[in-house]
Design a protein around this ligand. Structure first.
Ligand code: AMP
Length: 289
């Protein structure tokens, strides 16, 4: 990271809109990359992708309270706005949007965005209200910045589907771009929550990807879906995971449950390692597809 690198910062909707208005007046296109900060190489890949899609890139950093459950890690979630701003500047981002909770949810705010269907099952069941919070904040960010494109990671695959659906259903004029999962050398999907893992837990966490890819290969070779998923959950518990929220094969487009692998699918997992909830997903295709 370049020493002293800094990036323009907007802290209010008015600041953000003023910047975007100037860019628009100059005929420039705009990309938005929404994040909750504690940025890592996965987030940076989104910024780099955004730079190839638009002239100016806004990265929002906002730990959104409405997407956390009452017993989740909202207050413990890592916050490092200065480091994040420097990393965004070093990657070539043009503006960091750092709104406060009061700016995003002014007193009396009483409208939420609810996306049915794709929000059900998987994290939707394991984290009630989570996607309502995500859909609401992403709708607000899109309406505040009105970008041409917005980039989201496949790390949160169900979230990406929820956002594609809300943009379509609410006629928000933005192109949603999905970015592949960036992983550590041992396969662990990068995540701000990996910082919660202890030195003992860290190598165990990598098992999640090894087990998913092994299961994807077995499924491609014809292993029955129910047996493959239950064996994978058992393998996670045997590796040291405390509990498995879900381990399921779903249709890659509709997220409908898949009981037989006849078309492209996605294998999803959420599991607790100690106190840390990890999620991951991999592509699964029938052999020859
Ligand atoms: P978060 O800060 O965790 O809310 O993530 C912000 C955006 O970065 C979301 O679109 C995530 O899907 C994406 N993201 C997080 N981790 C990764 C990763 N390892 N690879 C690709 N995208 C990621």
């Amino acid at each position: 990271m370049t020493q002293g690198n800094s990036c323009a910062v907007a802290r209010s909707v008015a600041d953000l809109r003023a910047r975007v208005r100037d860019w628009r007046a100059a005929g420039l296109t705009v990309a938005l990359v929404p994040t909750m900060g504690a940025l890592h190489a996965g987030h940076m890949s989104l910024v780099r992708l955004a730079l190839t899609k638009a002239d100016r890139v806004v990265v929002s950093v906002f730990v959104n309270p409405t997407q956390f459950g009452p017993n989740e890690d909202f207050s413990a979630y890592p916050r490092q706005p200065e480091q994040d701003s420097a990393a965004i500047a070093a990657a070539g981002g043009h503006l960091v949007y750092l709104p406060t909770v009061e700016e995003m949810y002014p007193a009396g705010a009483s409208t939420m965005v609810e996306v049915s269907g794709v929000s059900s099952g998987l994290c939707g069941d394991a984290r009630p209200g989570h996607f309502r919070g995500v859909a609401t904040i992403v709708t607000k960010l899109l309406l505040q910045a009105l970008p041409d494109v917005a980039v989201f990671g496949e790390k949160d695959f169900q979230q990406l589907m929820v956002i594609r659906r809300l943009v379509r259903d609410l006629d928000i004029p933005v192109e949603i771009i999905g970015a592949p999962i960036v992983r550590e050398a041992d396969g662990l999907a990068m995540s701000s929550r990996n910082a919660y893992l202890s030195a003992e837990e860290r190598p165990v966490a990598a098992r999640i990807h090894a087990i998913l890819t092994g299961t994807a290969a077995a499924l491609a070779q014809g292993k029955p879906v129910a047996a493959a998923c239950s064996d994978a959950a058992t393998a996670l518990l045997a590796s040291g995971f405390r509990s498995v929220d879900y381990l399921e094969l779903r249709d890659a487009e509709t997220l409908a449950p898949v009981t037989e692998l006849t078309r492209p699918a996605r294998l999803f997992v959420a599991a607790f390692l100690g106190r840390t909830r990890l999620i991951d997903n991999v592509d699964v295709r029938p052999a020859g597809a």
